[in-house]
Design a protein around this ligand. Sequence first.
Ligand code: ASP
Length: 584
Amino acid sequence: MYRTHTCGELRAEHIGQHITLSGWVQTIRKLGGMTFVTLRDRYGLTQLFFDEHSGEELNEKVKQLGREFVIRIQGEVMERSSKNPKMPTGDIEIKVNELKVLNRSEVPPFTIEDETDGGEELRMKYRYLDLRRNPVKQKLELRHRMGQAIRRYLDKLAFMEIETPYLIKSTPEGARDFVVPSRLNRGSFYALPQSPQTFKQLLMVGGYDRYFQLVKCFRDEDFRADRQPEFTQVDCEMAFVDQEDVLTTFEGLAKYLFKEVKGIELDYQFPRLSYEEAMAKYGSDKPDVRFSMMMHEITDLAKGKGFKVFDQVDYIGGICAEGCANYSRKQLDALTQFVQTPQVGAKGLVYVKCNEDGSFKSSVDKFFSEDQLNEWMQAMNGKPGDLLLILAGEIRKTQTALGTLRLEVANQLELRDPNKFAPLWVVDFPLLEWNEDDERFFAMHHPFTSPKQEDMEMFDSNPGDMRANAYDFVINGVEIGGGSIRIFNPEIQQKMFSALGIDKQEADEKFGFLLDAFKYGAPPHGGIAFGFDRWCAVFGGSDSIRDFIAFPKNNAGRDLMIDSPAGIDQKQLEELGLIIREEE
Ligand code: ASP
């Protein structure tokens, strides 16, 4: 027998019992004639002690022990004289009378403790060792609990978990596909799914009116912070539903998870913001509403007053940073530099300090009177002691830049409380998005997303203004999920393809199977997919999804442990009919 208990289990009530434990040696300390060893397994740590009077044979074995050796011990549970209240097993220790080394270990490349000396790359290379550390384990445990709770909730609501294939062809999410060459069909390639989108719609045609799946998705995107080329979605689809049904069902899921996993009861309806409102108030389609500091447009008040910079633009807006009138020159310069970085992309920043005595100090004193600045302050709900930060330019770009500035200021003021959760829905997304470079529309969500019934007429007149039955679920400024009600009528689907510049032939080539299926009685349907890794990260209070994946890839999409991607044999290439061309 390897163990009677786990290393996290023994308490004062076990004192006097003879037990067997197995695990890894975390630390070894010698103190006079005693050797103390911390033994670790998945469940915790237990202190062992070896008394030099316990016999030569045991002493010899103890001397040989090293970090991460796998051992089995037998001994007696003793009360600890100096108890450790930080350790769940801290009231006891084990007086060992028998030790068996089950396996030796080389000296690990970093210390396997909560605080480690190993850098991120090193820990990724030896991920199996990193997995032994508590902080990593806790994150995977959270992920496990999330997954189990999701399954429980959806199962109760009659959702069926159905697997869909990985070797498929292109899906409509709009990223680049990972492709897999086919040996048996030389010159042909599978694509790995960017999502099971088309399959879940086919399941609706197949009559499985409530589907879900915790599923891997693959997107070959350029480097972006905190993206993984393969990630997990909680993918869901329902038939005979409208948008309201979908939102209600999955708001229920979110509340269930908050309660089950975080112990937080949210007994209110989550706010719903239209895309327009989200952009106007927060400059983002995934607003962080844990704090207010909303954006206010002051175009009417500030344009046409003789300040050239403002007179040329179609949007002027700002935020009011409460109590920040005392910001120094240096702080303001830093904010100006921040908005001018390419990622934010604003030309400059106008500030107005609302001094405690009611006077103003601003970067546009020359152009605007105190009365005018007072009007701005009123419009932005400012008061003496506050600082107004104003950007001007083209509407969407400036709103977005202001939204980014809003988050930056909130970070500085520590308004983004990691222990507070503010879930919400963003609805009424535009159906289409104009792409300047390609000079054509792209689907904002994907080409199967249904336009709003009342906007249907606009396909021929002004498609750019059409709104979609699409929605996103957001927590604390992070997009957790998104979905839509789908088009299930072939004529409307045709119109959508036309608006996207996809002709009949291309539509048939790419999605003919789905269009065919829709000829045989497709029910009205819609769904949503949640980024499972990201949801775990938000619940775990972390910015990084990588921490919540057992075997993640680094920022360059490499798995440092198995060293992948890697070349393949010449023989394999030949079988596949592939030749690798040297880079030009
Ligand atoms: N397939 C979509 C996505 O991955 C989600 C959905 O529309 O259900 O974003």
